[in-house]
Write a protein that binds this ligand. Structure first.
Ligand code: SF4
Length: 382
């Protein structure tokens, strides 16, 4: 069972040196051919995994979905609606790179049915944008945001990255201030991860003096929290802040373990059917992906049927990402067992280490737990 749809668009104008996503440079022909494949995959997926309810959200992610023409987005959303059904008021998000949009194009996306934009700004400092290899400047990011408002978007998120090579606290403070001046509805604030196999991994060793150390990175995280919550944003997930009523519904579905169907090269799916559900990913190689679709085969790889222990572990490390935490009643409804009986040792130890806090309703990360969240999550692994 699934109620959410993710469509992966694996093309970018230029590959950024820090990026480990399934994405590559592509021309108009590549994009056209890929959209055809995605449309075919929707037909196949509908047959293979028929929907049991209409979609509550659709997310076009990438890569750079804003390289699509508005007409292509219209076609994809139309087919999604036809094959899976679209609930009234469904959230439809498109990730946009500021270097690929203008007001006309954005208005086209809005008309095609997109009602939420996520703009990959990353930094308002041109030096940092150059380090990241982004194709846009800070001015272009501001222009893209203004153009999106003009095109009729009333739900816009901005992504920022901190702990960048050479970034100081002042530079990060300035990034946050610049973002706040735009008054976005949502902000995602990530710390840079140097991913294996990327040019960044060659350029910056783990202990490179060019990268802010752990303490500085934690200070940057706390600076973001203080500034953004001070301006009325709700810190509702480890890396996400929203104006009231503007939480990202699609992404919240991931943390709440809603079922989702991921289509496109490298997309991941989680289906809540059969026992404790299953996860799988699509083939990430574009040629293999295309060959499977053209032969009428669902390009599924790495199918994992979750055990009860897997599902309980996920329930914890996904649920704890949210400020609301994991509610005792939700855990017992899902597993017909009490949280305190399943993870007694973890709850005691992590509480005594000031990483988790419990009250009569449930458990959530403390401020220290948010900073050390990866450690906390590993404690719940089967
Ligand atoms: S634009 Fe985004 S997806 Fe594309 S290469 Fe850069 S970081 Fe990766």
């Amino acid at each position: 069972m699934y109620s959410r749809l993710y469509l992966h668009i694996p093309f970018c104008r230029r590959k950024c040196p820090y990026c480990a996503f399934v994405s590559r440079e592509g021309n108009d022909n590549d994009v056209n051919a890929y959209v055809d494949l995605l449309l075919k995959e929707m037909n196949l997926a509908r047959e293979e995994t028929p929907p049991q309810q209409a979609l509550n959200s659709v997310y076009l992610g990438g890569g750079t979905p804003s390289v699509l023409e508005p007409q292509q987005v219209f076609l994809l959303l139309g087919r999604a609606s036809q094959q899976f059904g679209m609930a009234q008021g469904a959230e439809v998000t498109l990730e946009a790179n500021p270097g690929t949009v203008d007001v006309q194009r954005l208005a086209g996306f809005r008309q095609a049915g997109v009602n939420r934009l996520s703009i990959g700004v990353q930094s308002f400092d041109n030096r940092m944008l150059a380090v990241l290899g982004r194709i846009h400047t800070a001015d272009q990011a501001r222009e893209a945001f203004a153009a999106a408002r003009k095109a009729g978007f009333d739900n816009i998120g901005i992504d920022l990255i901190h702990a960048l090579p050479g970034q100081t606290m002042d530079m990060w403070h300035n990034d946050l201030q610049q973002a706040l001046q735009l008054n976005p509805d949502h902000l995602s604030v990530y710390g840079l991860t140097v991913e294996e196999g990327t040019p960044f991994a060659t350029a910056y060793e783990a202990d490179s003096p060019l990268l802010p150390d752990c303490d500085q990175s934690a200070d940057m995280y706390e600076m973001a929290e203080a500034l953004l919550t001070g301006r009325g944003y709700e810190h509702y997930e480890i890396a996400n802040y929203a104006r009231p009523g503007r939480r990202a519904r699609h992404n919240s579905g991931y943390w709440q373990r809603d079922g989702y169907l991921g289509l496109g090269a490298g997309a991941h799916s989680f289906l809540r059917s059969g026992g404790y559900g299953s996860r799988y990913s699509n083939c990430a190689d574009l040629d293999e992906y295309g060959a499977d679709i053209l032969r009428g085969i669902v390009p599924r790889r790495d199918l994992q049927l979750l055990t009860r222990a897997d599902a309980q572990s996920e329930f914890m490390f996904l649920g704890l990402r949210m400020a609301d935490g994991v509610l005792f009643r939700d855990f017992s409804r899902e597993f017909a067992s009490e949280l305190a009986d399943v993870f007694p040792e973890q709850l005691d130890r992590l509480s005594s280490q000031d990483l988790l806090v419990a009250d009569e309703t449930g458990v959530r990360l403390t401020r220290r737990g948010m900073l050390l969240s990866n450690y906390v999550f590993t404690q719940f692994l089967p």
